[in-house]
Design a binder for this molecule. Structure first.
Ligand code: FE2
Length: 374
């Protein structure tokens, strides 16, 4: 059963204050072409580039921005490079969930002292725009968290990157910020990672879903949501649960070859506009049958958006004690059934759309069956 946990009263100061998501870095097979996709389909602006032309000999990285969301797409230029090895194993995927901090050295010290495995010792990067301090620790699978301190930096992204502009027309779709990033981990590992975020990073457990909340005729999963002190960073962690057939989490773990980032939820203030634009540009979303809308308005009550448009765009609706939310999920954005996106508009609601889980997971399973993986 879903349990919304009371925020614990605590007098201890947050040892890992986070200002928000700094950026998300993907290791991909062809960053040049991925950058085109995120510009033309998703409306991100290209703002910075690093590669041979900027003196970086082993890789090319494109930095894209929309609202407060910054994506970095990186490809290596040789087969034995760490990025190539990562790509060989995992396909295109998230390598870095970077967090914006005021003190990257202290973030590294506080977390490694509590047991985090170092991924990057604190490093000072400098150029004509100032300096950035970065450090990093490991999280699930081959994924890492970087801590980025940029209070003494005025450049477009980081030292080593030159400012560039999109050379294709870019029309933003209304993406504002990262709402949450979800990790898939192996059976039996969810609580270990929840404990990691609690003990090592000072997060608190916010929500728990068990297999009664998240099950269909065929498969089930368990999920717990951890959030940092100010609530800006939310990381749900999923693990598969016993079911009659292979769960979507098992399919992910099989094709990603281990734990990793399952989906990134992007917040918008106008989901009707965002989803209309993305659909028009060829972004594929999960399909929820029309009968979903037969009883949805009874379940969630009145909303201020046009109900007919919500139905036509196949957007999902849910309500909790504090308000409602509108959400929709893309199909995986790679050929492997791994990472996908969620578009979410929160109208007061702080939850994750529990009322949609059944319809959503049945939709995912229809896709799994088409792939021969159910
Ligand atoms: Fe989500």
């Amino acid at each position: 059963m879903e349990t919304l946990l009371q925020e614990k009263e605590t007098s201890t100061a947050d040892f890992l204050p986070l200002n928000g998501t700094d950026h998300i870095e993907f290791y991909v097979g062809n960053a040049k072409q991925s950058a085109y996709y995120y510009q033309s389909a998703w409306g991100y602006e290209l703002i910075a580039y690093s590669g041979p032309e900027t003196g970086v000999r082993d890789r090319a990285s494109y930095v894209l921005q929309q609202g407060k969301v910054r994506l970095v797409l990186s490809t290596a230029l040789s087969p034995d490079h760490e990025i190539s090895q990562h790509h060989l194993l995992h396909g295109d995927g998230v390598k870095v969930l970077a967090l914006w901090v005021d003190d990257a050295r202290r973030s590294f010290e506080e977390t490694t002292r509590r047991g985090a495995v170092p991924a990057l010792e604190p490093t000072v990067l400098k150029d004509e725009f100032g300096e950035v301090v970065v450090s990093g620790i490991k999280t699930y699978g081959d994924t890492i968290h970087k801590f980025v301190e940029r209070k003494n930096y005025r450049g477009p992204f980081m030292p080593g990157y030159k400012p560039v502009k999109s050379s294709v027309p870019v029309k933003p779709v209304g993406i504002k910020h990262v709402d949450h990033c979800v990790g898939n981990v192996e059976l039996g590992k969810m609580n270990e990672w929840v404990e990691f975020y609690e003990k090592v990073m000072g997060f608190r457990l916010m929500l728990t879903f068990d297999d009664k909340d998240i099950s269909t005729e065929y498969s089930a999963l368990m999920s717990k949501v951890v959030a940092n002190g100010n609530g800006y960073i939310k990381f749900p962690i999923n693990e598969p649960a016993e079911g009659r057939r292979k769960s979507q989490i098992e399919e992910y773990l099989e094709f990603y070859r281990g734990p990793g980032c399952q989906h990134i939820a992007l917040a918008t203030d106008d989901i009707i506009y965002t989803v209309s634009e993305l659909r028009a540009r060829g972004v594929e979303f999960l399909y929820v049958p029309d009968n979903y809308y037969e009883d949805v308005w009874k379940r969630v009550g009145a909303i201020k958006e046009d109900m007919e448009q919500i139905r036509r765009l196949n957007i999902l609706v849910d309500r909790d004690d504090e308000g409602y939310l509108l959400q929709l999920f893309t199909k995986p954005v790679e050929d492997r059934p791994t990472l996908f996106y969620e578009i979410i508009q929160r109208c007061g609601a702080k939850s994750f759309g529990k009322g949609n889980f059944k319809a959503l997971f049945e939709a995912i399973e229809r896709e799994q069956a088409l792939r021969g993986n159910l």
